[in-house]
Design a protein around this ligand. Structure first.
Ligand SMILES: [Zn+2]
Length: 113
């Protein structure tokens, strides 16, 4: 009797569905994956929070919004806020020193008396 070949089939690696990444790097403290986004589609709001430095951001969501959208919104918002901070508003009107008006010719009324 010969040996029977065992059919040892390797199970094909089933492709696991990787859940969408909802942990991101924080803009402020630069910790990796410290920022988490929670989407509440029922309420229509998203909460972004950094568990390290406690930065928070809130936005509205719709059925198409993903965590990454909230994250990029947050980046935009933080970017804009930072720009405003670094560029203080100056009055548009130029207040450059005007040359002093030339003195009016003195009407010398010399009375020779
Ligand atoms: Zn942070």
């Amino acid at each position: 009797m010969g040996k029977r070949k065992k059919s040892s089939r390797k199970p094909a690696p089933s492709r696991q569905k990787v859940p969408l990444d909802t942990a991101f790097t924080c803009l402020f403290c630069h910790h990796d994956k410290s920022v988490t986004v929670r989407l509440d589609r029922k309420e229509g709001v998203a909460q972004l929070v950094c568990r390290v430095c406690d930065q928070r951001y809130q936005s509205k969501v719709n059925h198409l919004t993903e965590a990454i959208d909230i994250y990029s919104e947050w980046i935009d918002a933080a970017d804009a806020a930072q720009r405003e901070e670094h560029a203080p508003r100056r009055p548009a009107a130029s207040t450059s020193s005007r040359p002093a008006p030339a003195p009016a010719s003195v009407d010398s009324d010399d009375d020779d008396d």
